[in-house]
Ligand binder design. Sequence first.
Ligand code: ARG
Length: 281
Amino acid sequence: MTISEVASHSALPPTRAARTRHYAMTAPTHFAVEYAINPWMDTSTPVDAGLAWRQWENLRHIYLDLGHSVDLVAPEPGLPDMVYAANGGLLVGGHAIVARFAYPQRAGEADAYAAWMSSRGHQPVQTRHTNEGQGDLLVAGSKILAGHGFRTDPRAHDEIADITGLPVVGLELVDPRFYHLDTALTVLTDDVIAYYPPAFTDTARATLERLFPDAILVTSTDAFVLGLNAVSDGRHVVHPAAATGFAAQLSAAGFEPIGVDLSELLKGGGSVKCCTLEVHS
Ligand code: ARG
């Protein structure tokens, strides 16, 4: 064997490099499960507000300890799902696209996120069709992976391609428990992703297999604890702690998994990624 053959046959995972990230988060000051717009939400389950706060603060401190910056968006009364900041919009390449929510209960969040974008010097643009921000629109290198089927309207995908100038890859979701793309797929690096194949149509699976031949495929056990609702800086992957199988897969692939418990936020159908809006440069 030549040296390069030895290297390619070796069991050593690739070295993963972190890139400093810019995130935005919204404190769970008004978080509660007051309505049910996804199968994870049950209005009869009480939320421990103090615990929700501590879990959210722990997540924020993990990002800060990793050297990332975290902007704070002001939470507003009457908008209990605002804590899921990922849904507020998509910021990429200097473009700031504000969400247009599918359900009236969340519609008011759009103005709050637009105000935050303006305060950061962005000029928020709206889409005519429903888009739930980074819940369904995930930047992978120079592409945008875009979920549809439950929330974001595929017609918004074309609008987003026009606004950003980036190719938008539509991926149709089929299982209501995985109602946003970020519940079924994690972008780990510009060209490595992890996903749960049964959440997608056959066509979407074929697209993912073609674009990401080295993807990590997670099991139902990890998917059903919302394990894929994770945030990667290219090396460290902050993920729901219960997804232990996914953590082992990440380690084997050279990543550093960091498990966190967001049990209270899971009651609203969200976890790590839902609470984190990334500002992509
Ligand atoms: N209760 C919220 C909803 O149903 C949860 C949003 C979770 N966010 C996410 N990025 N998946 O809209």
